[in-house]
Write a protein that binds this ligand. Structure first.
Ligand SMILES: *Cc1c(COP(=O)(O)O)cnc(C)c1O
Length: 358
């Protein structure tokens, strides 16, 4: 038995893997592999249509939004967002909550002015800044809703002043009930919580587009993708299919409300254990704890236990527990597909380890 706590690419539901494997051999009893069908055929068009409509249904997205499945990962969106939305003379506001938002900031600077309204870099990104205000004129505000590397997550969205909000939701997309209508553009690489690497979900309010002067290469122009229905060129067929299967699975689980409840239960159990044991210390501010990526270290004076704990996890078939190099310690990711039983198992290992070494 393997427990997959990887941060990304990460665990997918077994049912998704089985169906994806089957579709590689024989897709929907066509005698063809999903890898062999043309993207402009009814076979694939129905995959894309259903994936789009499940995104609308599960995220409760209104008709004023478009749903795109693009190539290039979230990193391409760091560039594509400012290229499409920010004029040379315009100013975009960013909140810096870690490596990914810093990259987004760096990319945006190539297209216009960037104001970093707040940053938690001073404390190695262990909290979400709240002390900022968004003062127009600002073209948009950009946030990273879950900071995969540091384990912080925005639980409140303290802005409601008419400035469009762009959010990188790569690592908490479809994990919790939030009012998506508060966002004007949402993007997420699929490989953390909604499928396989290779496609990126973009949900965008149509009214945001058509406002910049620069010439945008067609393949990077949201408007062109919308007109072509995510078929400007060959879409990442298989990655979109895996997203479809993951979305279907999520709907069967009871949708976002049901997975929110389960994710809360998983995270609460793990944090309660960390808080109660004498050897571990969660690294982030309590109010900003992520329910997707739980980061912790050994308490001061106990650091020599770090490798021992990693060895123990390895022995128990637990993969992906080592923290990111910029934080150290441990990171346990609790994405939608991770069952509660895996959390119970790692909690039992932690308790046993603390009894022996505490
Ligand atoms: C993983 C991740 C990225 C980078 O995604 P790619 O698809 O590899 O470009 C960006 N933002 C967040 C929040 C991430 O977790």
């Amino acid at each position: 038995m393997v427990h997959n706590f990887n941060a990304g690419p990460s665990i997918l539901p077994e049912q998704v893997l089985k169906k994806a494997a089957q579709a590689i051999l024989n897709f929907n009893d066509t005698g063809l592999s999903i890898l062999e069908v043309g993207h402009r055929t009814p076979l694939f068009e129905s995959v894309l249509d259903e994936a789009r409509s499940l995104v609308r249904e599960l995220m409760e997205i209104g008709p004023e939004y478009e749903v795109l499945f693009l190539h290039g990962g979230a990193t391409t969106q760091f560039m594509q967002v400012p290229m499409n939305l920010l004029d040379d003379a315009g100013t975009a506001a960013y909140i810096d909550t870690g490596v990914w938002s810093s990259k987004a900031i760096q990319y945006a600077r190539q297209f216009g002015n960037v104001k970093v309204l707040a940053s938690s870099k001073d404390a190695n990104y262990t909290y979400i800044p709240t002390d900022f205000s968004v003062d127009p004129p600002v073209t948009y505000l950009h946030i990273t809703t879950n900071n995969t590397i540091y384990g912080t997550e925005w639980h409140k969205f303290p802005f409601s002043h008419g400035v469009p909000v762009v959010a990188d939701m790569s690592s908490d997309i479809l994990s919790r009930v939030i009012d998506h209508s508060r966002f004007d553009l949402i993007y997420a690489g699929a490989q953390k919580n909604m499928g396989a690497a290779g496609t990126t979900l973009v949900v965008i309010k149509r009214s945001l587009l058509g406002k910049v002067q620069r010439k945008i290469p067609g393949i990077l122009d949201y408007q062109k993708h919308i007109e072509a229905g995510s078929m400007l060129n060959t879409p990442p067929v298989f990655a979109i299919y895996v997203s479809l299967l993951t979305l279907q699975w999520l709907k069967e689980q009871g949708g976002v409300a049901a997975i929110d409840k389960l994710n809360t239960e998983k995270a609460s159990l793990l944090y309660a254990t960390l808080d109660s044991l004498p050897i571990f210390r969660p690294t982030v501010a309590t109010q900003d704890r992520s329910r997707m990526n739980v980061c912790f270290v050994m308490k001061d004076g106990k650091q020599e236990l770090e490798q021992l704990f990693l060895d123990r996890c390895k022995k128990e078939g637990m993969v992906g527990v080592k923290g990111h190099r910029s934080v150290g310690g441990f990171r346990v990711s609790l994405y939608n597909a991770l069952p509660l039983s895996s959390v119970k198992d790692i909690v039992a290992v932690m308790e046993d380890f603390a009894k022996t070494h505490g």
